[in-house]
Write a protein that binds this ligand. Structure first.
Ligand SMILES: Cc1cc2nc3c(=O)[nH]c(=O)nc-3n(C[C@H](O)[C@H](O)[C@H](O)COP(=O)(O)OP(=O)(O)OC[C@H]3O[C@@H](n4cnc5c(N)ncnc54)[C@H](O)[C@@H]3O)c2cc1C
Length: 477
């Protein structure tokens, strides 16, 4: 990297587009959890798709690696550069335009740097719903959501970001622009390039804009907090709810007692909504596009039947939006509360919903054998099979052993996931954190296809090296 790189970048994107002062660069060089830190040759903030293209052309010509970055809330270390100081961070924080809402087509076109909460608000202003919903929605960007194929709380009803993305505009590693902003629900003209870039974590190009699907606004909600004896009861309750209310079931979040305890201890203003000791809790939400039906009654009647069938030990319904928000705070506070508790070992896994009970029992037993007293902070969007299966150190321990034995303990979790034909990355992606583990768990044919795709799109291996594919390498033949 030549010393005049910042000057040459400034020529392309203007003075506001390059960050060189160390104190101003700092927030671009560390991830949300503070787990990954790096250095950069420059932080560049292009203000248009054409400027992104110019930056990538320059970097390709000079052989400089590029790390795309959105809101920097990713949990796998994919958005920060390595420690070499030779990579360029390309931030999308100046690509913030909502290019348009097409009400009749029920789509909107937004630039990559638009914060998810702002995209939701734009849909709301048009009387519609953009349903992607994450705890990080105040900072995470649409480009980051596309690049990680984000999931969140509404996947059981609306699908992941891949299902919500109809078209993309992408700048390729050589600087060419693919103008794929089609708002079509049917389009069988060959390979699904949109689907290919969704979930590619900045390793195949820079997403600069997306066409997103919009849905009818939700006019009525009902929210409940439920105590459950075990995960089998939770799975049976999901089944019952889906039979009774169909796709009006818009969230089913499960939390172990230890997860709730962590939040109550660390997140100010939270309180336990239910008396009594329950092993598991679920946050259940129904949403209806029609205002007429008394949704609270439907949920209460279903939970009554679940109580009679011993699926549910106790339940409380939110009677106001403020009470519903307080219940969601319990669920959304887990990440923050776990950060406050010190070291933890995080896994973001998925197995078929029907396998969740046995997965939890078997994996928990194997971990307790390996590290007696290990604390399982297990929670997640189990309505779609996703568990955040996080380990905390035994009480009284400083976490040293947990950290030192991280690979061994994660291998227990991942072997168990494999035995249920699950996935070691449900929604957070691979980034740098899980690229090596993925290489071990993917089928060799699958891995080879991924390498060939990487080699075809990014032959020099300059886009986000080390993310997704641990060695950053493609394979062309
Ligand atoms: C409190 C909290 C709760 C969360 N909850 C959820 C959840 O429920 N579900 C979920 O799925 N995730 C969740 N996440 C993870 C995170 O918010 C998502 O992965 C999100 O999609 C990342 O968006 P971002 O803009 O912050 O991306 P970043 O962190 O900036 O980047 C993530 C990856 O995408 C790449 N990237 C970013 N922008 C672009 C672009 N324009 N073009 C190409 N590549 C790009 C980066 O290189 C990196 O590899 C949570 C995170 C936090 C901190």
């Amino acid at each position: 990297v030549t010393a005049d790189l910042p000057v040459r970048l400034r020529d392309l994107v203007g003075p506001a587009g390059v960050v060189t002062a160390p104190d101003q660069q700092a927030s671009y060089l560390v991830d949300w959890r503070g787990a990954y830190r790096g250095r950069a040759a420059a932080v560049v903030r292009p203000g248009s798709t054409a400027e992104v293209a110019a930056v990538l052309r320059l970097c390709a010509a000079e052989g400089i690696a590029v790390v795309p970055q959105g809101g920097n809330t990713g949990l796998c270390g994919g958005s920060v550069p390595d420690g070499s100081g030779t990579q360029v961070v390309l931030s999308t924080d100046r690509l913030r335009a909502i290019r348009g809402v097409d009400r009749a087509n029920r789509t909107m076109t937004v630039e990559a740097g638009v914060v998810l909460a702002d995209a939701q608000a734009a849909a709301r202003d048009a009387g519609l719903l953009f349903p992607l919903s994450l705890g990080s929605e105040g900072s995470a960007t649409i480009g980051g959501n596309v690049a990680t194929n984000a999931g969140g709380t509404a996947v059981l009803r609306y699908g992941t970001m891949r299902a919500l993305t109809l078209g993309l505009e992408v700048v390729l590693p050589d600087g060419r622009i693919w103008p794929g902003l089609r708002g079509l629900r049917k389009d069988n003209t060959g390979y699904d390039l949109t689907g290919l870039f969704v979930g590619s974590e900045g390793t195949l190009g820079v997403v600069t804009a997306a066409v997103l699907r919009l849905f009818p606004a939700i006019r009525r909600r009902a929210t409940a907090w439920v105590g459950l004896p075990d995960v089998a009861a939770a799975v049976a309750l999901i089944d019952l709810l889906q039979d009774r209310v169909g796709d009006r079931l818009s969230a089913f979040e499960l939390m172990s007692r230890e997860s709730v305890r962590t939040v109550l201890d660390h997140v100010p203003g939270t309180r336990d909504p239910l008396p009594g000791q329950h092993a598991w809790f679920a946050l259940v939400e129904l949403g209806d596009t029609a205002a007429g039906e008394p949704l609270d009654d439907v949920l209460a009647a279903t939970l009554d039947d679940a109580l009679d069938a011993d699926l549910v030990s106790d339940a409380v319904l939110a009677t106001s939006p403020a009470q519903a928000a307080a219940l969601w705070r319990l669920r959304e506070g887990v990440s923050e509360a776990q950060n406050a508790e010190g070291p933890s070992l995080k896994h973001d896994v998925t197995v078929p919903i029907s396998c969740l009970p046995e997965f939890v029992v078997r994996t928990g037993a194997a971990l307790a054998d390996a590290l007696p007293g290990v604390r399982l902070v297990t929670y997640g969007h189990v309505g779609d099979g996703n568990l955040h299966y996080n380990l905390g150190p035994p009480r009284g321990s400083d976490g040293g052993e947990l950290v030192a034995r991280a690979d061994e303990l994660s291998a227990i979790v991942y072997d168990s996931v494999a035995s249920f034909a699950g996935s070691i990355s449900a929604e957070h992606g691979l980034g740098r954190a899980k690229a090596a583990a993925a290489a071990r768990s993917l089928d060799p044919v699958e891995l080879d296809l991924m390498r060939r795709l990487k080699a075809a799109l990014d032959p020099a291996g300059l886009m986000n090296p080390g993310a997704v594919l641990a060695d950053g390498q493609g394979r062309s033949g």
